[in-house]
Design a binder for this molecule. Structure first.
Ligand SMILES: C[S@@+](CC[C@H](N)C(=O)[O-])C[C@H]1O[C@@H](n2cnc3c(N)ncnc32)[C@H](O)[C@@H]1O
Length: 192
């Protein structure tokens, strides 16, 4: 199967490579970087859960704000992971590690006080072990949206209800439009 043939339209931008670069998705990742940079401009390790085509890693590496030493892409689908590696290699981005794994089974061996765990796939990801097993104090950046056939979120507070944080450093929402519909994306950044 060719990646363009993926037709699992669980999210309105689709699962295709092209669909991963719709303006709303690009913009929402820049929104995350802008806010995260204000909180932590220098990051040791960024875990990106549900890394898809490596979009977040691409922007982090090219934009450089925040500065990230090592990016760890965690993706359960081998095809997405291998495509992301090809894309990032083509851009000469060499500070990325690739882990093909269910994020719920991940051993966060490289976490320290300057790390961040990014999950922009809350509506897609089943299970919550990926969150429950994070040490207290871990910095996380989480995004979800409404109008999605996956798990339901209707506000930033909804994210916090499902994934409580001891310290909320940013909480916001943004109205966006994907090829199918207008929707609102929610983001929280904080320490578990
Ligand atoms: C549709 S994509 C990302 C959507 C999100 N709006 C974004 O732009 O980042 C969701 C990704 O999460 C991956 N995924 C879902 N559940 C996962 C899990 N438990 N562990 C690792 N990856 C997972 C999927 O394979 C897919 O690549």
């Amino acid at each position: 199967m060719n990646l363009y043939e993926f037709d699992r339209l669980r999210e309105s931008s689709g699962y295709s490579l092209e669909g991963s670069f719709t303006p709303d998705l690009v913009f929402s990742k820049y929104w995350l970087m802008q806010q995260l940079d204000k909180i932590k401009p220098k990051i040791s390790t960024a875990y990106i859960l549900g890394s898809w085509y490596g979009n977040m890693a691409l922007y982090l590496a090219r934009y450089g704000q925040p500065q990230v030493q090592t990016i760890i892409n965690v993706e359960s689908d081998a095809k997405f992971l291998s495509t992301s590696k090809k894309i990032l290699d083509k851009f000469g981005i060499d500070n990325v590690q690739y882990i093909k794994q269910d994020a719920n089974d991940l051993n966060y061996s490289d976490l320290d006080n300057n790390s961040v765990v990014i999950n922009t796939s809350l509506t897609d990801m089943q299970g919550r072990n990926w969150f429950d097993q994070l040490p207290q104090g871990t910095l996380v950046a989480l995004q979800a949206r409404d109008h999605d056939p996956g798990f339901k979120f209707s506000s930033a507070d909804d994210i916090l209800t499902k994934f409580p944080l001891q310290q909320v450093l940013y909480s916001g929402s943004m109205n966006l439009q994907d090829p199918q519909t207008e929707y609102t994306r929610f983001m929280v950044i904080g320490r578990k």
